[in-house]
Structures are given as C-alpha cells and as structure tokens.
Write a protein that binds this ligand. Sequence first.
Ligand code: NAP
Length: 307
Amino acid sequence: MAKPLFKQIALIGIGLIGSSLGHVIRERGLAGRVSGFAQTPETREKALALRVVDEVHETAADAVRGADLVILCTPVGAFAAVAAEIGPLLAPGTIVTDVGSVKESVVTQVAPHMPVGVHLIPGHPVAGTEQSGPEAGFAELFQNRWCILTPMDGTDPEQIEKLAAFWRACGSDVEFMKPDHHDLVLAITSHIPHLIAYNIVGTADDLGKVTASEVIKYSAGGFRDFTRIAASDPTMWRDVFIHNKDAVLEMLGRFTEDLTDLQRAIRRGDSDRLFEIFTNTRSIRKRIIDAGQETEAPDFGRHSGGS
Ligand code: NAP
C-alpha cells in the first residue's frame, strides 16, 4: 500500500459520493485517518458500520479538526452554511475541495469563508448513480471516470497537483476547467438530460392517470430508461438547477430550438431531415463507447454513470 497522501481527510456529508470516497480512501490507504460528518444519526451509524470513516461527528466543525484535506460532499445548496461553520477551524495549509455538480456557485458560496493560507480548489467527479445514501457507495465509482478540477486564479500549483494526485489515486482521470465553462458543459451533458427525464416521466405520470397500466406495461419501449435518471435524488437535483440557473437556461434555449426543428420535420414529413439527425446522434453514442465512457451492452440497467 502506498504512503498516505494526507494525514486526515474529512468527509462532510456521507451519502453516495462521500461513502464511495471513504471506501476508496481506506481501500487504497490514501489517508492516515478519515473523519466524517453527517446530519442524521442514521447516516452516522451506517457510515461507521460500513467502515467508510474512522470517526463520525455530529457537527462539520468537529469533523474538520486536524484534517489536511476537507471534501464537501453535501448537496450544493448546503455549501455556504457548511463553509461558514468550518472556516474558523481550518488550519493554514489545509486543502478544501468539494464534489458538487456545479462549480461557479462553490466559489461564491465557499471562498468568502476560507481563512488566509487555506487552499480552496473546487472539484467534480463526473461519476454517479441514481442511488443515494451511504449504503449506495462503492470504491470503484471513480474508476476510469473524469474528475474536473476548477482552481481559481492564483492557487498554489503544488496544492492543485496534490489534489489531482489524490483523484488519480481514486482511479479517475483529471481535467482542469474554468468554473463557468464546467457549468456550461455539464448543463448539456448532465443537467438538461436529467431535466428531460424528470419532465417526460412527469408527463407520462399525468397520462398514467388515464392509462396507468399501459405506461408501466410498455415501459421497456424507452420510458423505463428515463425513469432510472428521474429516480435521482430530489434534493441534489433541486440544488443543481437553482445553482446553475444561467447555464441551464442557455442550454434549454438551444434544446428548445432543436426540438422545434424536429417537430417541423415530422409535421412536413421531411424524412431526409429526420434520418440525418438520427444518423448523427447514433455516431455520437459510438464515440462515447469508443472513449470508454459506456459499454455496448444493450441493457440500460447500468451500475454507474456520470452526473
Ligand atoms: P446523498 O447520497 O444524498 O448524500 C448527501 C449527504 O449530505 C448525506 O450525508 C446527507 O446527510 C448530507 N446532507 C444533506 N443535506 C444536508 C444539509 N443541508 N447540511 C448538511 N448535510 C447535508 O448525495 P450524493 O449523491 O452523495 O451527492 C453529494 C454531492 O455530490 C452533491 O453536491 C452532488 O451534486 C454531487 N455529485 C453527485 C453525483 C451523483 O450522481 N449522485 C455525482 C457527482 C457529484 P444525511 O444522510 O444525514 O441526511
């Protein structure tokens, strides 16, 4: 086992992502100790039972004492309150990062509470499932997935490299981006697909009041795959849309234009246009498979994806 990269890692929030980190940190010996915080006694008990942390605390402030790496793993909407609580207890030299699905908002919510000498380096592992809670976590979640780091101008390159080394040790490939660019890219690759899934399942549910049994019975025709995404955690996704409003609205505008294009082609019976669009989209899936981000397995009941 390699020498630990950090003396003590504090996981603030021990759900799917926090517990997956706990598993991989302990399995690969990436920290001397792992401390954790979860708000409910149930999650704290489960985290100890699953052995994803060495110690668990009732407050985030207690969990960060002595930590040289702090990872915020709560929903994005909780970041400001957590940062205000832990800020005064952070020792100089500590790296503070997060796993939130939105990045510009981390800078505005967390940076004002960071004392001088603490290195804030926002991050996002593009790895997840529709499950939540500590029992959903597993050590391989980050394997062969991208982790995007969005350091602010002026951050010490040595600290950025230390955090990148941590994510590589978790199995991820590391990429660097500006926070606003991250939010635009993820709006189209993750946030809008979730919005579409929430919407289509909601529409079908309205229809289902008329034809309930048919919606379930014939769900394998495509609907079932949307229900997997639409089963994702409501708190997490509420926070993503509230905190990535501008990029989501920008991409939603483009999406609506393209939907109108499809609508027009169907109304006009423009088969060439439909065939052209569908051929192009098929090639995009092939490129995702070639890039190792998906398999050709025909069943959509996959165990992990990106969020
Ligand atoms: P999760 O399984 O629902 O876990 C959330 C954790 O945060 C739980 O420990 C929960 O505590 C705690 N928490 C919830 N609300 C809180 C609050 N207001 N204050 C303090 N703690 C709170 O969520 P997750 O899927 O791990 O997501 C965590 C973060 O990872 C989010 O920021 C999300 O954007 C990001 N992310 C998620 C995915 C994904 O696919 N799920 C992928 C990449 C990144 P209790 O259990 O005690 O309530």
